[in-house]
Design a protein around this ligand. Structure first.
Ligand SMILES: [Zn+2]
Length: 186
């Protein structure tokens, strides 16, 4: 489980592990919270025999965090294509079919051998069959028009893609802020 940390303006800043989030809570660094459910954690027992208890919301905004989010790194394309396939919902950009991961590949729209870059805006999910058929050609040359346009995930998509076991309140917060073109809208 992870806690979604926001900056004071509500921009996603980082996924925190529980231990880190508890530290922020214990130091009074949480400015405000989002979400109905509260996660309760129990710590050690003190001398009076009381067990420490801390509750966390699934989404927290950190106090004095104005400067932090300026340094957010762009989401890298992972080597295993996990994020790319999730962006494209495991759908091949050429035939429009949905496939299992092992049938999918990363296709460079402008092929790498011809100067195409390995960046979000030049890659799409493609099935093996379409990738082999397209070969070292552009979609125009191959007569295989793209069924959807690739794009670099915005900050909110970035967090949906990089999160693990996202809780309902966290997904609600992130989904509500997705741009219109996003394919991650449910
Ligand atoms: Zn295909």
């Amino acid at each position: 489980m992870q806690i979604l940390a926001l900056d004071i303006a509500g921009n996603p800043f980082r996924w925190l592990d529980i231990e880190r989030a508890i530290t922020y809570a214990a130091c009074g660094k949480i400015a405000w919270t989002v979400g109905r459910c509260e996660l309760v954690f129990h710590g050690g027992v003190n001398r009076a025999g009381e067990r420490s208890r801390i509750s966390l919301h699934p989404v927290i905004a950190l106090a004095r965090s104005e400067a932090m989010t300026r340094h957010l790194q762009p989401l890298p394309l992972s080597h295993d294509n996990e994020l790319l396939f999730r962006r494209d919902k495991s759908i091949c950009a050429y035939c429009g079919e949905r496939f299992e991961r092992r049938m999918l590949t990363r296709d460079h729209i402008v092929p790498k051998a011809r100067g195409g870059l390995d960046v979000w805006s030049n890659v799409v999910t493609a099935c093996w069959h379409c990738n082999i058929r397209k070969a070292c050609r552009t979609p125009e040359e191959a007569g295989m028009p793209l069924l959807f346009v690739p794009y670099e995930p915005c900050r909110f998509e970035h967090f949906i893609l990089s999160g693990r076991h996202i809780l309902a309140d966290q997904m609600e917060y992130l989904s509500a802020r997705l741009p219109r073109y996003s394919r991650m809208k449910t």
